[in-house]
Design a protein around this ligand. Structure first.
Ligand code: NDP
Length: 485
């Protein structure tokens, strides 16, 4: 049976689509209906081998090009992604269930931003000259070699571009393994890069579950691994990469705090809490799911939040009017539902939502709990769904200490009209990505990443260059060399 979303083949290797039906079949579902919309095969060992061999063969000549030449191809790909934004967004909506209202502005467009930004940066990558009296030294900024990217299912197009663009700009080859839940969009990015002129072998996409990712990570011919995923997977991948001292970037989970002070602009704070909890049905790593609200503003906040959530348009994600879609899968919906049950069981007050939406597909209502205490499961564990926990606080000092009392450190935000306090609080946050009177902005110009269990390394911005290249130092003696004997 063939579906409109069925890709030409499962994998994209050495500049072309490749199939190997010997691999385990993976069915792709449209989360809004549960209908199977495509089917691919997991990579067999032969496919993994083909991808690694072709990537290694192509990388040397690519890194020998000038940065300007490499960058031109990435910038061309960025333009093509923008031209095809509608089709790419529709496909992303089928793959993830996220509303077209979101995918049309936050997925292919964000991927295009990364290709454009790193395409522009490629020509600026240099080493430095260091004068040492008569002698001198210089550094060469060199590619790492073969980079592997492994992605989560919430932002498939964005994740593949956020990893691929800096890798290619620095002269590396990349093999990307999407999540088995969302295998479709990375193939389109590969197609576009090659149409834009990328030589064959430099950007390969292979499908599969964790074991395919594991095979890539363990291969000695792979020099770097960049993972976007959960902390448990991060631990495994980091440990496997450590065996060969590979470079790593880990973009992992979070349970980020959002502090709302009495003096905050109420509607701005509610907007921040909505965006930081319900965008992409809450399936965003950096979400501010622990919303600490100062006692003086708490009831007004909850009332306004409930009223605004009533305006969410829940429905067919392909309808541009829809602003809230389903969870990515039945499994994820069940996980989130079980957290909601735990919230009720542990005594949190259910303010709104809490149930499945009466329609086909994997929909859950936007859910808000109030009177949540720090020790409740819903305040400690990453839920990765549309569940907000509202906690009360009295003082700045108390709120900051409680905000930091977590093993995660991805993001944190503060809403207040007192600017001195805003900067003081942000300086105190133990988190990699912070927001003042805003939440979840992720422009490519700004480094993105976490501290503590939320990860190592940074994506985006000039900071990403450090994670996709290495320095070689060269000492040059101008006079005679002396030795003690
Ligand atoms: P998972 O950790 O389950 O999976 C992430 C990827 O790793 C998938 O492609 C998965 O394959 C693969 N994988 C699983 N096991 C291994 C292994 N042993 N070796 C190599 N690869 C493996 O995460 P989800 O896909 O469920 O995504 C949700 C998580 O991602 C959340 O915790 C979220 O916070 C985090 N995330 C972090 C972001 C960030 O930038 N910090 C952004 C987005 C999400 P498969 O699933 O196909 O088996």
């Amino acid at each position: 049976m063939s579906y409109p979303t069925q890709p030409t083949a499962s994998h994209f290797i050495n500049g072309a689509y490749v199939e190997d039906t010997g691999g385990t079949p993976i069915e792709v579902m449209y989360p809004a209906t549960g209908a199977v919309i495509a089917s691919v095969h997991a990579a067999t060992p032969a496919i993994v081998e083909q991808a690694i061999t072709s990537a290694r063969a192509a990388q040397g000549a690519w890194s020998a090009l000038s940065g300007t030449d490499r960058g031109r191809i990435l910038r061309r790909a960025a333009d093509m992604m923008r031209e095809r934004n509608h089709d790419l967004s529709v496909l992303e909506t089928y793959d993830t269930g996220k509303p077209y209202q979101e995918t049309s502005v936050a997925d292919a467009t964000s991927g295009a931003d990364a290709l454009e930004y790193f395409g522009g940066l490629a020509a600026t990558l240099t080493g430095e000259h260091i004068q040492l009296g008569e002698d001198w030294a210089y550094t060469r900024r060199e590619a790492l070699g073969l980079c592997v990217g492994i992605g989560a299912w919430n932002y498939p197009t964005q994740i593949t571009c956020w990893k691929g663009a800096p890798a290619l700009a620095c002269g590396n080859a990349m093999i990307f393994k999407p999540s088995e839940t969302t295998p479709l969009c990375a193939l389109k990015v590969a197609e576009i890069l090659h149409e834009a002129g990328l030589p064959a072998g430099l950007y390969n996409v292979i499908q599969g579950m964790g074991e395919v990712g594991g095979a890539l990570v363990c291969d000695p011919r792979v020099d770097k691994v960049s993972l976007t995923g959960s902390v448990p997977t991060g631990r495994k991948v980091y440990a496997a990469a450590a065996a060969e001292i590979k470079h790593v970037t880990m973009e992992l989970g979070g349970k980020s705090p959002l502090l709302i002070f009495d003096d905050a602009d109420l509607d701005n704070a509610v907007s921040g809490a909505i965006l930081g909890n319900f965008y992409s049905s809450g399936q965003v790593c950096s979400n501010g799911t622990r919303v600490f609200v100062q006692k003086g503003i708490k009831e007004a906040f909850l009332a306004r939040l409930t009223e605004r959530l009533g305006q969410a348009v829940i429905g067919d994600p392909l309808d541009p009017a829809t602003s809230f879609g389903p969870m990515v899968s039945q499994r994820q919906m069940e996980i989130v539902h079980s957290y909601i049950a735990k919230g009720v069981e542990e005594g949190a007050r259910l303010v709104t939502g809490g149930a499945r939406v009466e329609r086909e597909g994997f929909f859950l209502q936007p859910t808000v709990f109030a009177d949540v205490s720090d020790d409740m499961t819903i305040a400690r564990e990453e839920i990765f769904g549309p569940v907000m926990a509202v906690l009360d606080f009295d003082t700045e000092e108390e709120a900051l200490a409680r905000a930091n009392a977590t093993e995660f450190g991805l993001s944190a935000g503060v809403f207040t009209c007192d600017l001195a306090r805003a900067h003081r609080v942000v300086a105190g946050f133990e988190a990699g990505t912070c927001f003042i009177n805003s939440y979840n902005d992720a422009p490519v110009e700004v480094p993105f990443g976490g501290s503590k269990l939320s990860g190592v390394g940074r994506e985006n911005a000039k900071a990403a260059i450090e994670h996709y290249s290495q320095l070689k130092s060269v000492y040059v003696r101008m006079g005679n060399m002396e030795a003690p004997y």
